[in-house]
Design a protein around this ligand. Structure first.
Ligand SMILES: Cc1cc2nc3c(=O)[nH]c(=O)nc-3n(C[C@H](O)[C@H](O)[C@H](O)COP(=O)(O)O)c2cc1C
Length: 365
């Protein structure tokens, strides 16, 4: 495929982007334990600013919403200046950057909660597996069902973090509604066993996500508000007995709110692009009225094909951005990509983070 607009400037929702390549949110756990990003993050994101749009790593809206140690936050005003370093650095290089707002819900740990309380969830249950918290891998704990009275607090945490993201100079925000974290856990009937206004019917299970979206839209306007969904992903055992009507309803409601961007993880995140249980996510692409960002296991050919067939407006790459800060240039030149060592994905400092050179700049330390 030679003719493509993948590398061409474009405009969506009034935002001009230098190309259609998005950097997918990537948790790299290099903030401090108070949730501050810093110079290191600023360097890392600025190195990748040739992407049409950067979406930050998941950024916690509450300390108890962290999914592990060294997660950055926006739960406190002190985080605003910390993130400003990043937005300034990215803007200086002509890039655009959204902040991904996150509550890890049942996948957090009591050691991350200032009150020492159990992780929060739609319904009490124990997830198999481990989380890195308190300096070591520990088992997930039994989580606590949020009370009806606590729901406005969650919505407000997202709204306040959205305001801080604005003060920090981001170009927009993305609500993390994927991967079985708090909002996704409410959506799915495997993790949501409630019998109140936030459980049971599809409308009830979607209520918290939609209330959050509405609150964030009040801060940012719909054009600068994105949401990430993973309708057929099974991260952390996420499951719904009938995802097609559930996510069709969610997308219809996102349209009602005029949400500008839908970041769609197509398949099982990082694992497979096969639908299981099978439904055609292109139905959601056709239904959604804003800009559709497609993600999951894209390579150059698949991205070119997706644009040629208009299966997405923008393509988000995750892991390829770790080892290739100039991924856009490399894809354009059809140059070889660096496969970053997985051991450097999470934690540590500059090594395996900001030491990957651009093409022609030598080799990584
Ligand atoms: C190290 C790592 C961290 C990730 N962190 C996040 C995150 O913070 N938020 C999120 O929505 N997805 C996260 N993901 C998922 C990626 O955004 C992306 O959906 C996934 O890697 C599939 O895209 P890819 O095949 O291009 O890597 C992460 C993936 C990896 C490998």
């Amino acid at each position: 495929m030679s003719e493509t607009d993948l590398f061409e400037p474009c405009e969506f929702n009034g935002l001009s982007l230098s190309n259609r390549i998005v950097m997918s949110p990537l948790t790299r756990t290099r903030a401090d334990m108070d949730g501050n990003a810093g110079e290191l993050q600023a360097t890392y994101y600025a190195q990748r600013a040739s992407a049409g749009l950067l979406i930050t790593e998941a950024t916690a809206v509450a300390p108890e919403g962290r999914g592990g140690d060294f997660i950055p936050g926006l739960w406190d005003d002190k985080h605003i200046d910390a993130w400003k370093l990043t937005t300034d650095a990215v803007h200086k290089k002509g890039g655009k950057i959204f902040c991904q707002l996150w509550h890890a819900g049942r996948l957090s740990h009591s050691s991350l909660n200032p009150d020492g309380g159990a992780p929060l969830a739609p319904s009490a249950m124990v997830q198999e597996g481990k989380v890195f918290a308190g300096g070591k891998f520990v088992d997930f704990e039994e989580c606590r069902a949020l009370t009806l009275e606590e729901m406005p607090m969650i919505v407000d945490q997202f709204a306040q973090a959205a305001k801080r993201a604005k003060a920090a100079g981001f170009d927009g925000v993305e609500v993390h509604g994927a991967h079985s974290y708090l909002l996704d856990a409410f959506l799915r009937d495997m993790t949501n066993k409630r019998d109140d206004a936030y459980g049971g019917s599809i409308e009830n299970r979607a209520r918290l996500l939609l209330e959050v979206m509405e609150a964030v839209v009040k801060v940012w306007g719909p054009d600068r508000t994105a949401v990430r969904l993973s309708p057929i992903g099974h991260a952390y055992g996420a499951w719904d007995s009938n995802p097609e009507p559930l996510f069709t309803y969610v997308v219809e409601q996102l349209n009602e709110l005029k949400i500008g961007w839908l970041d769609m993880v197509e398949g099982d995140t990082g694992v497979s692009r096969d639908a299981e249980p099978s439904f055609d996510l292109q139905k959601l692409r056709r239904l959604f009225k804003g800009a559709f960002i497609a993600n999951n296991l894209y390579d150059r050919d698949l991205a070119l094909k997706a644009r040629a067939e208009n299966r997405a407006d923008l393509i988000a790459f995750g892991r390829p951005f770790i080892g290739n800060p100039d991924l856009v240039e490399r894809l354009k030149a059809n140059a070889p990509l660096v496969d970053a060592d997985r051991r450097a994905y999470y934690g540590g400092g500059a090594k395996g983070y900001t030491d990957f050179p651009a093409m022609g700049e030598g080799t990584a330390a």
